[in-house]
Ligand binder design. Structure first.
Ligand code: SF4
Length: 436
C-alpha cells in the first residue's frame, strides 16, 4: 500500500479553499464555476469580499489550526500576487497556520502567468499545480487551451526553480487516442521530474460545448473498454516510475501526495471561500455543515458586501449523510477507508455481510489494520506510562478500498454499503487508539 503522509485525526484537520472564478477563456470540456470577463474585474473589490467571507467563517468555527490552503478555480494565476499575499496574511491573522502547511495555487502555463510565480512564492505559496493537459500542440488546440507545449515546459522549469513542490495535470482518453500514443506522451510527462501528477480521463460533462458535439456524433471518446485499458496502462506506468496512484486520478512519490486533497478524501473540515465554493465546516458544538456560495462572481461580491458572506446553502448534515460522504471520499483512496474509524465517529458501520458481498464481486478489497507499535502507544499515552497499563485496542471493522470496476461506481458502492449498517456493539475504549 502507498505510504501516505501521517494520517492525522480527520476531525482536527482544517483547510481553506479559495475559489478564483475567472478564466481567460472557457475550455469546451469544462463544467467548473469559471467565468470569462473580457472587460476585466475589480480585483480590490473581490479581495475585500474574500477577506470578509473569511471573517465570517472565523466567527462560525472559532479557533482552528490551518493544515492546508488551496487556491483553485477558475484560473487563480490570473490573480495579482499581492491579492494572494493579502489573502494569506489575513488567514494567518485569523488562525494559526501549521508549520510546513501546504499552500497550493493552480496555474495555467501561459507565459504571462508563469512570470508571476516568483510573486506567488514571495506571498507564501509553496506548491503550484499547473494545468498542462496535453503534451501535443494539436491536442491542446482541440481542448481549447490557450498555451503551447513549449510554454508548458517553460512554466514547469520555472515552477521547479521557484517552489518546494509542483504538480501538473494531463487529460487522457481523448478522442482517437491509442494506447501507444498515450504511452509515449505519459513517458514524456514522467521524464519531466514532477513528484506528483494528476491524470484525468476526459469526461463529457452536461451543458458543455463538448457535450453538444458528443451528442451530434462529432466528438467520439474511447469506449469503456478502451478507457479501462488506458487507465490500466496509466496505473502500471506511474507505479513503475515510482509515482503510484494514491487516489483514482492522482499519483505521487510516497510523501508527495497533495495534503489538501487528502484532507477532502479523509473527510476533514474545510472552508470554501469565493464564488461557487463548497465547504464542510465543523462548528464548536460538533455540528458539521455543508456550505455553498453564490456562483455568479459579481452577485457573490455584492452579497458579501451586504450580508458579510456569500453563502446560499448551509445544511447541517445528519450522521448518516456524513457517513455516506466519508465513504464516498475514502473509497477513492488507495489507502482505503478505515471503517473502524468510521464506527468510532458515527456509532455504526457498514454490515459485514455486504462488505463480504462486494469483496466477492471484486469491487472492493479488504485490507488489514497495521499492528499497533508499543512505542507509539507509549508516546500517545504519555511519558512514563507503561503501555501494558492500558487495554490494547483491537479494531472491529476492516479497512476497505475500491478496486477494479468498483473504482468507477463509487456512488453505487456507497449506496450498497449504507443500505445495511451495524451499530457499534459496545462503547469502544479509544484510549489506545493510534490513528483514524
Ligand atoms: S482554465 Fe480550467 S477552469 Fe478555466 S475554463 Fe479551462 S478547464 Fe475550466
Amino acid at each position: 500500500m502507498t505510504l501516505l503522509p501521517e494520517r492525522p485525526d480527520a476531525d482536527k484537520l482544517f483547510g481553506v479553499y479559495i475559489h478564483w472564478p475567472f478564466c481567460a477563456q472557457k475550455c469546451p470540456y469544462c463544467d467548473f464555476n469559471s467565468h470569462v470577463r473580457f472587460g476585466g474585474w475589480d480585483e480590490p473589490r473581490f479581495l475585500k469580499a474574500y477577506l470578509r467571507e473569511l471573517d465570517d467563517v472565523k466567527a462560525r468555527v472559532g479557533r482552528r489550526e490551518v493544515y492546508s490552503i488551496f487556491f483553485g478555480g477558475g484560473t487563480p494565476s490570473l490573480m495579482q500576487p499581492k491579492t494572494v499575499a493579502a489573502i494569506l496574511d489575513h488567514i494567518a491573522k485569523l488562525w494559526p497556520i501549521q508549520p510546513g502547511a501546504e499552500i497550493t495555487l493552480e496555474a495555467n502555463p501561459n507565459s504571462v502567468e508563469a512570470e508571476r510565480f516568483a510573486g506567488y512564492r514571495a506571498a507564501g505559496v509553496n506548491r503550484v499545480s499547473i494545468g498542462v493537459q496535453s503534451l501535443r500542440d494539436d491536442e491542446l488546440k482541440r481542448l481549447g487551451r490557450l498555451h503551447s507545449v513549449a510554454e508548458a515546459r517553460t512554466a514547469i522549469d520555472i515552477a521547479r526553480r521557484t517552489f518546494d513542490r509542483f504538480t501538473f495535470d494531463l487529460i487522457y482518453a481523448r478522442p482517437g487516442q491509442t494506447l501507444d500514443a498515450w504511452r509515449t506522451e505519459l513517458t514524456e510527462a514522467l521524464a519531466m521530474g514532477s513528484d506528483h501528477l494528476s491524470l484525468y480521463q476526459l469526461t463529457i460533462e452536461p451543458d458543455t460545448p463538448f457535450a453538444e458535439l458528443h451528442a451530434r456524433g462529432k466528438l467520439i471518446i474511447p469506449d469503456a473498454d478502451a478507457a479501462l485499458d488506458l487507465y490500466a496502462l496509466t496505473q502500471d506506468m506511474t507505479a513503475a516510475a515510482g509515482l503510484p496512484a494514491y487516489e483514482i486520478s492522482n499519483h505521487a512519490r510516497p510523501g508527495q501526495e497533495s495534503r489538501h486533497n487528502l484532507l477532502y478524501w479523509r473527510y476533514g473540515a474545510y472552508a470554501g471561500i469565493g464564488p461557487g465554493a463548497h465547504g464542510r465546516l465543523v462548528l464548536p458544538d460538533g455540528t458539521r455543515i455543508a456550505m455553498a456560495t453564490e456562483c455568479n462572481p459579481e452577485r457573490w461580491a455584492e452579497r458579501v458586501q451586504t450580508t458579510g458572506h456569500g453563502f446560499t446553502d448551509e445544511t447541517p448534515l445528519t450522521r448518516e449523510e456524513q457517513a455516506d460522504e466519508m465513504l464516498l471520499m475514502g473509497l477513492r483512496l488507495t489507502e482505503g477507508i478505515d471503517l473502524d474509524a468510521m464506527a468510532r465517529r458515527f456509532g455504526f458501520a457498514p454490515a459485514a455481510a455486504e462488505i463480504a458481498n462486494l469483496e466477492k464481486m471484486g469491487l472492493i478489497e479488504i485490507l488489514a489494520h497495521e499492528p499497533h507499535d508499543p512505542d507509539i502507544i507509549r508516546a500517545c499515552v504519555g511519558p512514563g506510562i507503561s503501555p501494558t497499563a492500558i487495554t490494547p485496542y483491537a479494531p472491529r471493522h476492516p479497512i476497505i478500498r475500491a478496486v477494479g470496476q468498483g473504482r468507477f461506481v463509487l456512488n453505487e458502492l456507497v449506496r450498497r454499503l449504507s443500505l445495511k449498517t451495524e451499530p457499534v456493539a459496545a462503547p469502544i475504549n479509544t484510549s489506545a487508539t493510534l490513528r483514524t
